[in-house]
Each structure stands twice: as C-alpha cells, then as structure tokens.
Design a protein around this ligand. Structure first.
Ligand code: NAD
Ligand code: DAU
Length: 378
C-alpha cells in the first residue's frame, strides 16, 4: 500500500466519510469484528455496539483460551449485537457469515497474540494469523465480488512487525522496514502483506494499523500488566525477563478502540497508520510503578511487594525497544491519546482489583467449565 497509489475508495457517496475512502456511517450497515471476545476486541465491540445502534455488529470468535464472553456481558443483549462462534480458518463458516449478515465492513482482530506462546508453538500462530487472515480476505473477495463501493477490510496489526529499536530515540514510522523477530511478529507481518496484496491485486479497500502495547480492562493475565497485578494481589513472584531493560510504548486500550473507530470511518483506503501513545517505559520502571500503585490500592505499606520482583531468564529473541511515531494519525485525523499513563495505570489496577472474580474465574479454570457447558469442549 504505497502512499501514492489509491486504486480504491470504499465510500458509498453519502458524504459521511469525509470523502476519504473510510467506511460510511449510515443505518443498516453490517460490521464483522473478529476476535471480539478478546482483550482489544471486547473493548472495541463495546464501543461500536453502544455508539452505533444503527449498525449490526457481528462478533466472530473461536473462543480460544483468550476469548471470554464474560468480557461482553454488558452488551450481549443489545439488539444490534450478534455473536457467532467460529474459526477464521474455516472458509465455509466465514463465507456463510458474510452472506447471512450481508457484511459490508470487517475489523479483523482475531489472532494468537502472545509472544511467549509463539516461541513454544509457532504453528498455531501461522495457522490463525496467516491462514486465518487469508481465509477472511478470500471470503470477503468472494462475497463482495468486485463491488468495492461501501466496503472496507480493516486489519489490526502490531508495531512488533518493525522489529526492535536501539536506545537512539528513533521511532517506528509507517515507512519503517519490516523486520519481525518472533514467530508471533513474523505471522502478523505475513498477514499484513496479504491484506496489502489483496488491495494491490484485486482492489479490495483495506487499511492496516500497527499499534503499540495496549493495557487496560479485560486483558488475559498472561500479559505483563494483568499478570503482575494478580501476582501482587496473591503475593507471588513477579518474573521480570532479563534485566528489565526492554522498553515498550503503552497505550490505554480504550484509546486504541477510539483510534480504530476514527480510522475505520475517516481513514484513507490503502493506507497504513501507526497508533501509539508516545509513552515509553523501561519494563523495570513500569514494574516498580505498578507495585507502588497496587500496594497503595490494596492498603499495603509502601515497598511491601518490592521483594516479589524476581529477575528471570530473558525471553528468546526479546526485542529491546518499541516506540511508535503516530504523528500521521494525529496530523491527518486529529487523534491523540486521552489518558495520561499514570492515570491510566491507576484506573487499570483499580479495575482488576474491583473485578477479582473475573480474574479468579480465568485463573481457576471456571470459565473453561462455563464454556464447555455452553459450547462444548474448545
Ligand atoms: P487476545 O489474545 O486477547 O484475543 C484474541 C481473540 O481472538 C480471542 O477472543 C480469541 O478467542 C480470538 N481468536 C483466536 N484465534 C481465533 C480463530 N482462529 N478464529 C476466531 N477467533 C480467534 O488478543 P488482543 O491482545 O486483544 O489482540 C487483538 C489483536 O490486536 C491481535 O490481532 C493482535 O495482534 C493485535 N494487537 C494487540 C496488541 C496488544 O497490546 N494486545 C497491540 C497491537 C496489536
Ligand atoms: O507491541 C505490541 C504487542 O504488545 C502486541 O502485538 C502483542 O500482542 C502483545 O502481547 C504485546 O507484546 P509484548 O511481548 O510486548 O507484551 P507482554 O505483556 O508479553 O510483555 C511486555 C514486556 O514485559 C516485554 O518486554 C516482556 C516483558 N515481560 C513479560 C511477561 C509476561 C516480563 O518481563 N515478564 C513477564 O512475565
């Protein structure tokens, strides 16, 4: 997707999309959100279901270990919301959903998302992230049959495709060359290429965004922030990889969801946008802040949980630093993060402590049993 070639425009001529090629806001539109039962997906589904009562929002999710319908309890009965359990690698099922619900727009988040798991079992990452994305693209192509007007395929990707930065202040831009290091980021990079190839080859209107580390409510407790909050709560060790010197650029998940909404509707087709918080934190500094905030909210004396910080063997191929330049998004569409990091972290810790049952259900396996009863074995 070069900046110059714009073969397609998905606008339907209603004037709502700002003439840019984004997805026109009008009644009766059907939006497929994949991976809507996961962390970012559930925050996005909630935003869309509440903000766009005139759309039908179809959440298509396989409910892997990371998918949890409890994340969407507050919207599950809304008339504009539909949940379909399915695998994005199942072409027949995906195509039938496109047809049954007359899908006009796709926001594709379903993925295997955890780097450590990709190191242990790369195959499932290639299957879901590469083949699953290709399956969705092929189903969209078949269903839309060259009638691109009013259509949009929006693919959610990660900054990890750009590889790793040094400590020289450089930021990832939309023109940074891809250099993935983990099986996870390699699979996401491949999926991004397929989306762009479907635009360049067939003219499918599409957008790719590459976002930095998200934090906030409903994140599966294998990721740094929810894992550590829960471990502090129960007095368990906090395993910091290596020396804790790696840097990540953190963004509150609802700010990511707002950016997706804006880009889906107002972004230019065939473009890439980076999304990030201009908010870099060394892991060890973040962990120390997290310990302080969590101790305070738990009513522990200052420094109480410092002893839990434990340096462990580093992650294989651990990228040193990620940092996103999101100025294109700011300049073109006016998006900026709404939350200051310290306020966002405090809000997040409070959410996990207030929703201990959500966490306990996941970590005790109770939600596995619930889904087995509802949907059979995963
Ligand atoms: P998550 O692991 O919390 O959720 C993934 C969801 O996808 C789950 O609900 C799961 O059930 C579903 N899923 C997995 N395989 C599926 C399949 N074969 N068919 C249908 N559904 C399937 O992930 P997340 O952290 O919310 O990330 C969502 C997307 O955003 C991913 O594409 C990820 O690469 C990207 N991303 C994440 C971050 C982050 O910090 N979490 C940052 C940038 C980009
Ligand atoms: O940058 C965007 C990416 O952010 C997303 O594409 C991924 O889906 C998402 O999982 C996240 O990847 P990270 O690997 O950066 O996130 P994670 O929470 O696993 O780790 C954050 C940092 O903390 C990383 O440098 C590894 C370190 N870490 C992580 C865990 C789980 C630890 O030191 N100890 C841990 O136990």
């Amino acid at each position: 997707m070069s900046d110059k070639v714009e073969k397609t425009d998905s606008s339907c001529g209603c004037g709502e999309a700002g003439g840019s090629g984004g997805f026109c806001k009008k009644a009766g539109r059907n939006v497929l959100i994949t991976g809507g039962a996961g962390f970012i997906g559930s925050n996005l589904v909630r935003l869309f279901v509440n903000k766009y009562p005139e759309y039908r929002i179809v959440n298509f999710d396989k409910l892997t270990y990371a998918g949890n319908l409890a994340n969407l309890k507050d919207v599950e009965d809304k008339p504009n919301y539909v949940f379909v359990k399915g695998d994005i690698c199942d072409f027949g099922k995906v195509l039938s959903v496109f047809r049954e619900y007359s899908i006009d727009g796709v926001i594709h988040l379903a993925a295997e998302s955890h780097v450590d798991r990709s190191i242990k079992d790369p195959f499932v990452f290639a299957r879901t992230n590469v083949m699953g994305t290709l399956t969705l693209l092929q189903a969209a192509k078949e269903c839309w049959n060259g009638e691109w007007e009013g259509k949009m395929f929006y693919h959610i990707s990660t900054d990890e495709v750009y590889g790793s930065l040094g400590f020289d202040g450089t930021l990832f831009t939309e023109n940074t060359k891809y250099a993935p290091h983990s099986p996870y980021s390699a699979s996401k990079a491949s999926s991004d290429h397929f989306v762009r190839a479907f635009h360049d080859t067939y003219g499918m209107p599409s957008i790719v965004t590459n976002c930095s580390n998200n934090y906030g409510p409903y994140q599966f407790p294998e990721k740094l922030i929810p894992l550590f909050i829960n471990n502090i709560r129960y007095g368990r060790p906090l395993p910091v990889y290596g020396k804790g010197e790696n840097v990540r650029d953190w963004l509150y998940v609802e700010d990511h969801a707002r950016a997706i909404d804006l880009i889906f509707h107002k972004g230019r087709a065939a473009q890439t946008y980076n999304i990030g918080g201009f908010n870099e934190w060394k892991n060890i500094d973040l962990v120390r802040l997290l310990v302080r905030v969590t101790d305070r909210l738990l009513g522990n004396p200052e420094g109480f949980s410092d002893k839990l910080i434990t340096f462990v063997t580093d992650r294989a191929g651990h990228d040193l630093r990620y940092a996103i330049d999101s100025s294109k998004l700011k300049n073109e569409l006016g998006w900026t993060p709404s939350l200051d990091f310290k306020a966002g972290l405090e809000k997040t810790v409070k959410w996990y402590l207030d929703n201990q049952q959500w966490m306990d259900n996941i970590t005790s396996g109770d939600y596995e049993r619930y889904y087995e009863e509802m949907y059979g074995r995963r």
